[in-house]
Design a protein around this ligand. Structure first.
Ligand code: ADP
Length: 455
């Protein structure tokens, strides 16, 4: 081991395409890799590429990929010096980040304290207000118990309002209220749900925006106080709050306006001592940005930013964890052309029912400006226990039109037989007038699907 480095082996506490993505970044940096896997992932093709792989428990995520003790034991048994959590699973679990540090290992991500602050939506909002980042109108405080006071807060914000669980996530623990008559019951229900799902009954209220777009800013920070923003993404095409197609940059928004928001995000990171990769999510309506939450990890859609900036976000995360200063300064960050990502799920393109299976034929798209991120291989049996995303197809073009055309070509090349996949839905969406216009709100896809169902 190079004695100057804090670690030379990275344990990847995740699975699927992101495990392979992190493995590739480690190889680029000449680091050794330990993969962990559940009993259901024993056949995962990328395990053969790791220096060591170790089973951490049964298929159920709570017994394996969420099992802190098993993961720390795997690190100790294999001599790993750092843990990359990927996305989902333990990636935004502050107690896990603390436990990794307490075990004398490096957590590839921000500190447990930063994760904790950003995981509490009220604390996050307060930190953003303090840093001058624009937030959705509404108090950055918990709702009190007195129904009369709550009515007063709603009247001041103006209906419709939304109440949200401070500890919420995954699009749950939220309720829209359109008039005072619904208020009392909705508050009670949301409090109960918040306590049940997130173990924390604290709720807060803000303005409900009717037709916003989802626009986010990628940031990257080191442990020496440097922070840069790497452009923006539009992820408005969503079904049940799950992103379906993402792109960079967000079409039709002035670059000067994006730069203002980007600078505020980078400033907020310096203020809270953030290190690693992160994403500030905003709702964008009538020319204004409203912060909703920060993701303190790498995101599924990070490749579109990599394609337009040429920066390897995962390698940068690892270098920052090694103690390096950022290899880029803000002036070096360029946004070149346009990039689109389609999330390929093993599901029926019409009913969305999960349809995993054994891969009996596989052709991945390639060629200029085309990237396929996937862990699939011929003969691989997709386990039924996890998220249905099995691949991401990403294209880059000099213009948005070229990125779309390349995606249309790429989807024709893509062939996955055995499991079902949603490539047909993507092909349809790429021809939708709303999508082509580049100015759709977060409800657009749901409306489109409702229309399709009624035909
Ligand atoms: P989660 O952490 O559960 O993903 P978010 O705060 O990110 O919760 O919100 C999830 C989604 O809910 C947003 O992408 C948006 O579609 C909707 N949403 C949240 N807050 C508002 C709001 N104030 N107005 C309108 N829609 C909202």
């Amino acid at each position: 081991m190079n004695s100057r480095l804090p670690f030379d082996t990275v344990l990847i506490a995740n699975r699927g395409e992101i495990a392979l993505r992190i493995l590739c970044a480690c190889r680029q940096l000449n680091l050794k890799v330990v993969c962990v896997y559940s009993e259901a992932d024993r056949q995962a093709p990328y395990l053969a590429l790791a220096d060591q792989s170790i089973c951490i428990g049964p298929a159920s995520p709570s017994a394996s990929y969420l099992n802190v003790e098993a993961i720390l034991m795997a690190a100790a048994a294999t001599g790993a010096g750092a843990i990359h959590p990927g996305y989902g699973f333990l990636s935004e679990n502050a107690a896990f980040a603390d436990a990794v540090a307490e075990a004398g290992l490096v957590f590839i991500g921000p500190s447990g304290d930063c994760i904790r602050t950003m995981g509490d939506k009220i604390a996050a909002k307060r930190a953003m207000v303090a840093a001058g980042v624009p937030c959705v109108p509404g108090p950055d405080e918990r709702l009190p118990d007195d129904p009369k006071v709550i009515e007063g807060i709603a009247a001041e914000i103006g209906y419709p309002v939304i109440i949200k669980a401070a500890g919420g996530g995954g699009g749950r623990g939220m309720r829209i209220i359109r008039s005072a008559t619904e208020l009392r019951e909705a508050v009670e229900l949301t409090r109960k749900e918040a306590a049940r799902f997130f173990g924390n009954p604290t709720i807060y209220m803000e303005k409900f925006l009717d037709r916003p777009r989802h626009v986010e800013i990628q940031v990257m920070c080191d442990s020496h106080g440097n922070a840069v923003w790497l452009g923006d993404r539009d992820c408005s095409l969503q079904r049940r709050h799950q992103k379906v197609i993402e792109e960079a940059p967000a079409p039709g928004i002035g670059r000067g306006r994006i730069a203002e928001i980007g600078e505020l995000c980078a400033g907020a990171c310096r203020e809270i001592g953030y290190s690693g990769a992160g994403t500030f999510e905003f709702l964008y309506e009538d020319g204004a940005f409203y912060f909703i939450e920060m993701n303190t990890r790498v995101q599924v859609e990070h490749p579109v930013t990599e394609m337009v900036t040429g920066i390897d976000i995962v390698a940068e995360q690892i270098k920052v964890a090694l103690g390096d200063e950022l290899s880029i300064c803000q002036e070096d960050v360029r946004c070149d052309g346009h990039s689109i990502e389609c999330r390929i799920n093993a599901e029926d393109p019409y009913t969305f029912a999960p349809r995993p299976g054994r891969v009996t034929a596989l052709a991945l798209p390639g060629g200029p400006g085309v990237r396929s991120d996937t862990h699939l291989a011929l003969g691989y049996e997709i386990p039924t226990h996890y998220d249905s995303m099995i691949a991401k197809v990403i294209t880059h073009g000099r213009s948005r039109g070229e990125a779309i055309e390349r995606m249309q070509g790429a989807l024709k090349q893509l062939r996955i037989e055995g499991p079902a996949c949603n490539a047909l839905l993507h092909a349809e969406l790429l021809e939708d007038d709303g999508f082509v216009s580049g100015n759709i709100d977060i409800h657009h896809l749901e409306h489109l699907l409702a229309e399709r169902a009624s035909r």
